[in-house]
Design a protein around this ligand. Structure first.
Ligand code: SF4
Length: 365
């Protein structure tokens, strides 16, 4: 492989500095660093995508307690998996984790494939996650390129452009491959993640304590704050909806399961309609239920990675069923008991609204 960079560092020198630093300062007591196997590394890596270590730890511990191995996860009901994921966000990760566990049990006798390309072909496993699994659990020299490593390499070589861009990523992968050692692959992988997470942080990197400072082009040219370069700005589109919170006489709340793909895929949610729609007539037409509006709750905004959703919650009372209509027949629905909740996955805004209703129901009138 040819590198155009005239300021390349010898891999052995880079590795030695990184290992020395890791031996003194690296993290060695994270829960997924104990009893290491491909399953535990995989679960932790998926949880750590877009989420910080401290947030992930309690989720990881609960998840592993309930699903200690890939067979337990494969056999689980998706609702149990989504429930354990509630609050972590990016729920496609949980659905892929479940689907992937089923494939590994059905096609690979429960053993994680040891070839990079095969791992990458599984749902939810990208090149960086596959690299981490093989480097940490199998000792293979497969580099990673998560957000932390991207930041370190971008600054180290003052790589121009937004790291999410395809071309920039290719350049970063070449650096990641170049520095990857053949031995101590697990320690090196952890060290690079730690370096990004604890020293080469997004804001205020601690360059004075950085083991590769002497080679860092961004530091040496006093341009650290200019790297990595940000994504070209694009205004997020805005959408809105009404969430219809319907309570019955027993004070249970109507929830329906969303289709497996799309936002909040597979999670349970209140019936949702467009803001221009009159909800009482709409519910009668599509759900076959008579309702009345009790109160319009304050609107709030929930932001997804690709749009803002302005949510207008409407508190409604269920009066009677006329005739069960299509929406009730085709989508799984339940009357959710806020006092003794069923095991179902809920998106964060739904959980927040349910909590609000529970607290209000408990308040003395
Ligand atoms: Fe990051 Fe600073 Fe180290 Fe460069 S010197 S890699 S900017 S911490």
């Amino acid at each position: 492989m040819q590198y155009s960079d005239s300021f390349m560092i010898k891999p052995a020198v880079f590795q030695r500095r990184v290992f020395n630093w890791f031996d003194k300062h690296g993290r060695k007591n994270l829960p997924w660093q104990q009893q290491i196997n491909a399953y535990r590394v995989w679960v932790s890596e998926i949880m750590l995508q877009q989420t910080q270590v401290n947030t992930v730890i309690p989720y990881f511990l609960r998840f592993i307690e309930q699903f200690p191995n890939v067979f337990a996860l494969a056999q689980a009901d998706i609702n149990e998996v989504l429930e354990l994921w509630t609050g972590l966000g990016y729920y496609a990760r949980a659905r892929n984790l479940h689907r992937c566990a089923q494939i590994i049990c059905a096609n690979y006798a429960g053993k994680f494939p040891r070839e990079l390309d095969t791992l990458i072909s599984l749902p939810g496993i990208g090149r960086s996650t596959a690299g981490a699994i093989l480097a940490i659990a199998e000792g293979q020299a497969t580099p990673i390129l998560d957000g932390n490593v991207k930041r370190v390499l971008t600054r180290l070589h003052a790589v121009e452009g937004w790291p999410g861009d395809n071309k920039v990523q290719q350049e970063l992968w070449r650096y990641a491959e170049y520095y990857m050692p053949e031995t101590r692959t697990a320690d090196y992988t952890q060290a690079m993640m730690d370096l990004g997470a604890t020293i080469c942080t997004r804001t205020k990197p601690n360059c004075e304590r950085c083991p590769v400072q002497i080679y860092c082009q961004a530091y040496q040219t006093n341009q650290v704050i200019n790297f990595p370069q940000s994504k070209p700005k694009k205004e997020l589109p805005e959408r809105s909806c009404q969430l219809l919170i319907i309570t019955n006489q027993q004070r249970n709340i109507l929830l329906e399961q969303r289709p497996p793909s799309g936002i909040w895929g597979g999670l349970w949610c209140f019936p949702q309609c467009d803001c221009a729609i009159e909800p009482v007539a709409w519910l009668k037409h599509y759900y076959g239920i008579h309702t009345q509006i009790v109160e319009k709750l304050p609107a709030f905004r929930h932001t997804f990675s690709h749009f803002h959703l302005d949510i207008y919650p409407v508190l409604m009372r269920h009066i009677s069923c006329a005739q069960v209509k299509q929406a009730m027949e085709t989508q799984p629905t339940i009357w959710y008991n806020v006092q003794r909740p069923q095991t179902v996955g809920l998106a964060a805004p739904i959980k927040r609204l349910l909590h609000h209703i529970k607290v209000n129901a408990e308040e003395p009138v």
